[in-house]
Design a protein around this ligand. Sequence first.
Ligand code: GLU
Length: 442
Amino acid sequence: MTTVTRFAPSPTGKLHVGNVRTALHNWLLARKTGGKFLLRIDDTDAERSREEYVDAIRADLAWLGLTHDGEERQSLRTDLYEREFQRLVEAGRIYRAYETSQELDLKRKVLLGRGLPPIYDRAALNLTEDDHAAKAAAGEKPHWRFLLDHTQPITWDDGIRGPQNFDARQMSDPVIRRADGSWLYMLPSAIDDIDMGITDVLRGEDHVSNTATQIQMFTALGATPPRFAHEALLTGSEGKLSKRLGALGMADFRDQGIEPEAIVTLLARLGTSDPVDPSLDSAALAASFDLSRFGRAPARFDEADLHRVNAQIVHRLPYARVAHLLPEGMGEAAWEAIRPNVAHIDETQGWWQVLTGPVTAPSFDDETRTFLTEAAQIAATLDWQADPWRTLTTALKDSTSRKGKALFLPLRQALTGHDHGPEMAALLPLIAQDEAVRRLSI
Ligand code: GLU
């Protein structure tokens, strides 16, 4: 059976790292076996859902390279939910209830006060048709609850957490539809997972108890539940997903010079003890993606790690991938020379300036100036196509007593205005010969 996964964001905000990790892992799980990855926009909450967030979600996934094999929107699927809802009502698995949130609060407090779990008492099940008619006549509209089956133990073998057991008697019958007819998340999601042939639901452990309920929904709807796996939540370096991390979207990372490959590479491994390997491409990442590698301890996301991985990624990015991001006129040889020295692509600007000039060199003592003048004379005679740095330094080593740092550093400083930087052998041919001679003649 082909693996079919889905990422089901609610478009009530922009994606943060935690959401993106869920999306990525579902994508990897599908890609690993040549399966399908679906994007499902959970926009049943009309008040909080915004079109701009739907667009941002699509744009973020595209930027990250998380291509999908189909997009669905819950707001366009309400006919199906209505049909399935009626079916469950007729089967006696959905019932009407009228308690206000204040009444429910009070019931919970009473139970807690007696040291009992705050489970809904199913009082509404005792209402007769006459009671319902009276409420309707008084203008009271019901909301709807799903009737859990207390006789069936709820079990599943979680892909990450292992065997799970829930007792329906310890759970409240969930409200699945509001009095105004709008849907809560639980039932439409189960209906969609069945209709879309989802084989694997991989999501955060904040959904574990929803899964217990939804397993009964799958069964009530006549379907076999999919495989479930729940990942430990993501935390920041300080131990919880900080406000800052929760608020940081992909656009913020992009503005910080983070490349999508860095996010993908890091998040693919986050939650496992496997090392982050920046050389892995997405096909290799998918091939090695394995739920059994994930632990139950919270996964720590550290922005400093992301910048470190970003540097490793940038050092490997081919010219064709970055050409449009580089300073005007900068070619492949310049990118390859500069690449090892930048952690973010926009730092190439500074090195491009070094290549094209002008540069500001430090002031040198007289002896060094004499040395540099000699260097300028030799540089003027060299074939600039044939490894000028090696020829220049070999000639200077022979004609002066300088070697090591005393030989190389003043040349680097005069030619680049910096004490450190990319390999001079790669850099020098990229500086025009007459410009290099001018820089050395000081
Ligand atoms: N829209 C739900 C959420 O964002 C989806 C959860 C799920 O994956 O089933 O939490």
